[in-house]
Ligand binder design. Structure first.
Ligand code: ADP
Ligand code: MG
Length: 606
């Protein structure tokens, strides 16, 4: 038998190896941006077309390359950043493997113009699928300009594997944000399909964060500063009241390199202990500087993971630094959070047995107010039997369910004399109180309305018959780039729900009509909440995503606590609530009403 082993041709080997470095347009963006940073650039400009599928261009005013270096740069394992293996233990640049350019040139059409300050003429190079097609002198500014066209043009399988433009753009934005956050001292511009996504002047970190994530961040940030022998920790954490249920704005950098590290995330979470309810994640932008010899960043080809030699010590330092920072800013655990629902949201289809209702005689809606004012600890469930009072609600019905309550109310309606016309009283602008049987009914106006809206929204969605109302003047809303990309994906679903939406400029959404059941909601907030929900639910099934959207819409559009209600409004709230399938709970599973019986009232006077 003849020998069968052969060496792969260089370009084939390069293509295969490229798979490790270049997964998608965002990988190219990351490598080129990092090279520019390593080249000492003060201004870096990124221009992208069609989410990087047709063009990715990065221009910098960095050190540039000589003619020979420009050629060398595209060889595999060609790097100016390390000379010997030990050097990787003291690496401070982003790159050092010398693989990025070789990989990119293997799977795209690349053109580069580069000039060093000391050279009069620059070098122009064209490479496609690892083959040099052109090399000549050229006129160009000091620095380097890369153009990467038609990524994966020679590997159709990989090109087909790319996701929608919106998804690919979001990945690019993610990479851009990471590099831009790590280098606020550098000016960045980012343009996509000829509209500007970011223009970030050189600044400090705080301004950089605000530049990327928006002005709202100005009041959100608490500085963190800790200098120990082992690490230097700097940056910001978001105040606990701005924490979200979704992960996303969590950035940690080790020696200015973005890294993911579950352990580090945990340390931050621990620093927030007791300040955050279960399931909430703080935002953070943290920079660790640590002797490169004491970490290992080379355990992953794209280098977003890191191992610390003294990981316990690092953990403690981070946790303590954050506790300290939050303490200094006087953030006490008395913040008012909407606690997670104890109940799973009730299923929306199929008959739901009405949960029974019973009462906690010590439940006092005013206590909540007093507690908030006094800044005391979060409310503990109170109950005569020292059982969880929410659990009591779900016990055996003491009353015959909602139909029974409604019947009772109707009965008292019949008996009502002309002078008892006002059956409902509003208390503290958030509860409705009505005499009921030999007791009282207390209704939470906001949650009750959420329930009503939620069921309306779900009903009209399943009927596919969603009446909408045209806005007199279309409203224009603005979104940061990554949210904008996500919104593009949500548009078809939102239209199905009765919104008439058109994209305006980049990041701009024109709202022309709303589903009828949304009565003048705060639109920007509504869409921001929908986006949050979407981030939370990206991998869920379609119907769950719809329920989630309905919950979000109900929550944003519902009557607020603090809204004064006319008697008619109170009446219709009550009527509509009892027409619901699941009147006792808000869509998030919180109680909408409680009943106080005479004997319970007696307990207050015993
Ligand atoms: P690495 O960054 O790991 O060294 P790359 O393949 O990304 O490997 O780059 C190879 C070399 O090309 C770098 O070491 C650097 O010397 C040079 N280079 C790349 N991009 C630039 C740039 N924008 N300006 C100057 N030199 C660059
Ligand atoms: Mg590099």
């Amino acid at each position: 038998m003849p020998d069968i082993i052969q060496l792969l041709a260089d370009n084939v080997a390069n293509q295969i190896a490229a798979g490790e470095v270049v997964q998608r347009p965002a990988s190219v963006v990351k490598e080129l941006l990092e090279n520019s940073v390593d080249a000492g650039a003060k201004l870096i400009q990124l221009v992208v077309k069609e989410s990087g599928k047709t063009l990715i261009q990065v221009s910098d005013d960095g050190c540039g390359m000589s003619e020979t270096d420009a050629r060398m740069a595209f060889e595999r394992h060609a790097t100016s950043k390390i000379r010997k293996a030990e050097d990787i233990f003291s690496i401070i640049t982003k790159g050092f493997r010398g693989e990025a350019l070789a990989s990119i040139a293997a799977v795209a059409q690349v053109e580069i113009k580069t000039r060093r300050p000391e050279d009069e003429l620059g070098t122009q190079l064209k490479i496609a699928a690892s083959r040099v097609e052109k090399q000549e002198f050229c006129n160009c500014p000091v620095g380097t300009q890369f153009e990467v066209r038609h990524l994966f043009y020679n590997i159709p399988a990989r090109r087909n594997f790319l996701k929608s433009d919106a998804v690919e753009l979001r990945h690019i934005i993610d990479e851009f944000e990471r590099v831009a956050l790590a280098h606020p001292e550098c000016e960045f511009h980012f343009e996509h399909n000829q509209s500007e996504i970011f223009r970030l002047p050189a600044s400090g970190l705080r301004q950089r964060i605000v530049g990327i994530f928006g002005k709202r961040y100005r009041e959100k940030l608490v500085p963190v500063n800790e200098d120990t022998e082992l690490v230097r920790l700097q940056g910001f954490v978001g105040k606990p009241e701005f924490a979200k249920k979704t992960r996303g704005e969590q950035f940690s950098f080790v020696n200015h390199r973005f890294i993911r590290n579950a352990y580090l995330h945990k340390a931050v979470q621990k620093g927030f202990e007791e300040l955050l309810p279960e399931g909430y994640h703080p935002s953070y932008f943290l920079f660790l500087e640590i002797d490169p010899a004491r970490i290992d960043v080379n355990i992953h080809p794209t280098k977003t993971e890191v191992k610390f030699e003294d990981d316990r010590a690092v953990f403690t330092i981070i946790r303590t630094a954050i506790k300290h920072a939050l303490g200094q800013y006087n953030i006490s655990p008395s913040l008012d959070f909407e606690h997670d629902a104890k109940f799973a949201p009730p299923p929306s289809n199929g008959p739901v047995p009405p949960p029974g209702i019973t009462v906690n005689p010590y439940f006092n809606p005013f206590e909540e107010e007093a507690r908030k004012k006094a800044g005391g600890p979060p409310p503990r469930p109170v109950s005569r039997d020292s059982q969880n009072w929410e659990a009591l609600l779900s016990q055996v019905p003491e009353m015959g369910g909602n139909r029974q309550i409604q019947a009772d109310l109707d009965a008292s309606e019949d008996q009502k004399s002309p002078d008892t016309k006002r059956k409902f009283v509003q208390i503290a602008r958030k509860y409705l109180l009505a005499p009921h049987g030999d007791g009282l009914l207390l209704l939470h106006q906001n949650r009750a309305h959420q329930r009503i809206l939620y069921e309306k929204i779900l009903r009209s969605m399943s009927n596919r018959n969603i009446p909408s109302q045209q806005l007199l003047f279309p409203q224009s809303l603005h979104f940061k780039a990554s949210d904008w990309a996500l919104l593009q994906e949500m548009l078809p679903r939102l239209r199905e729900m009765g919104f008439d939406l058109e994209p305006g400029g980049e990041g701009e959404l024109l709202v022309q009509a709303l589903p009828l059941y949304l009565d003048n909601p705060p639109l920007q907030k509504l869409f921001e909440e929908l986006l949050e929900g979407e981030k939370d639910h990206q991998d869920y099934q379609a119907n769950e995503a719809q329920e989630k959207m309905a919950r979000v819409m109900a929550k944003v559009a519902a009557l607020r606590s603090g809204t004064v209600l006319e008697p008619e409004a109170m009446q219709s709230l009550m009527d509509e609530l009892f027409a619901c399938e699941t009147p006792y709970f808000s869509p998030e599973g919180k109680a909408t009403l409680v009943q106080l019986k005479a004997q319970d009232i007696d307990a207050y006077f015993s």
